[in-house]
Design a protein around this ligand. Sequence first.
Ligand code: FAD
Length: 400
Amino acid sequence: MDFRDTPEEAAFRHEVREFIDNELPERFRGISMSPMGGGEGGDLRSRFEELKEWRKRLADKGWIAPAWPKDYGGAGLGVMQQFVMNEEFAEARAPVVGGMGTSMVGPTLIVHGSEDQKKEHLGRILSGDAQWCQGFSEPGSGSDLASLQTRAVRDGDDYVVNGQKIWTSGAQYAHWMFLLARTDPEAPKHKGISYFLVDMKSPGITVRPLINLAGSAGFNEVFFDNVRVPAKNLVGEENRGWYIGTTTLDFERSSIGSAVGQRIQVETMINFAQEHATDGRSALRHSAGLRYELSDRLLETHVAKMLSYRVVTMQAKGLVPNYEASMTKLFASELSQRISRTGIKVAGLYGQLMPASEHAPARGRYGNMYLQTLGSTIAGGTSEIQRNIIATRGLGLPRD
Ligand SMILES: Cc1cc2nc3c(=O)[nH]c(=O)nc-3n(C[C@H](O)[C@H](O)[C@H](O)COP(=O)(O)OP(=O)(O)OC[C@H]3O[C@@H](n4cnc5c(N)ncnc54)[C@H](O)[C@@H]3O)c2cc1C
């Protein structure tokens, strides 16, 4: 890869920087959070409200959904432009506002949705009026998602849904869910699943928040008790939901935002260690090993960036990253845990304190990060599953 920008990319980078300089409200600088899940805990709905102004400025520029085609209200940006935009937003720690609506269900509807579904949902995703959650995982079906058991049975103009979803991020705030449910229990498991749009206010839906280790309710259990979903909310054909669920547009999926964010986290740790080198609030003074550890973490963030470059280079050439995307996910998620462990050490014993404690260094960031990052090697496909993909598709090793 040529690491330098082309003249067009440089001009676009300049435009993005200028936009951030002029439009990102001062109070959001350095927050860097996603509207549904992630971030540093707290009430996500009130944060979402706070972000309205930033969202409006992005919407006016047409940058809420950079990857969507212009016909559907997106910016129609190419892979490299999205990469540049994600990199610059991450450098500025500008809050991400899209969520699952713009990244997952919107693109699916653009490709597979009926005209009525597009008309009903795409505008409200772009305006932020409708938040979405992903109803895929179940208590017995995560890595082996196609074994899911939630049933949808056709009854007149509706489907009647019964079953349970789990780990549903943001379900307590979401207006809509995109749901995978079994419509043909007799068919081979991938072939009996359908994709539905479900109004979270439908009678029979119960959402029970699950409190994670860090004390925040990021995800939920969702129960369906004879929930009637209008048949018009079936996306694509019945029993083709598995294939619809895997739809993506030509998205930039390099995770460059997370690579840049991790580098900033390590740099912040190094600053903390330097500032508190002599007042006892940093363990750096007592541990020479910690210096090496910080250096290793910083180097690793650069490795993460190179892995992102590899993915985006493939995409820009029209190739589809496969095990390369698994390498990026595996490395970045495990790195997030190593970074948080280093953070705890840098802050010494006080590093374990949570944000609520007045004695917590760096406003409890390290203690919180340590607990929040535990889920990163599970969410979106576990490390073992990524390693299986790298072993079989990347190294050509036999499956068993
Ligand atoms: C923070 C967070 C947010 C999430 N948000 C959502 C959401 O919004 N919507 C949603 O639908 N789901 C969500 N999930 C669920 C997530 O997709 C699943 O947890 C994940 O796919 C793993 O499934 P599981 O929990 O059922 O574990 P299992 O699949 O039961 O795995 C248990 C263990 O066995 C290992 N294992 C399983 N199969 C294999 C294999 N073939 N080879 C080797 N090892 C294997 C796994 O690696 C793991 O260590 C979220 C999870 C987390 C942690």
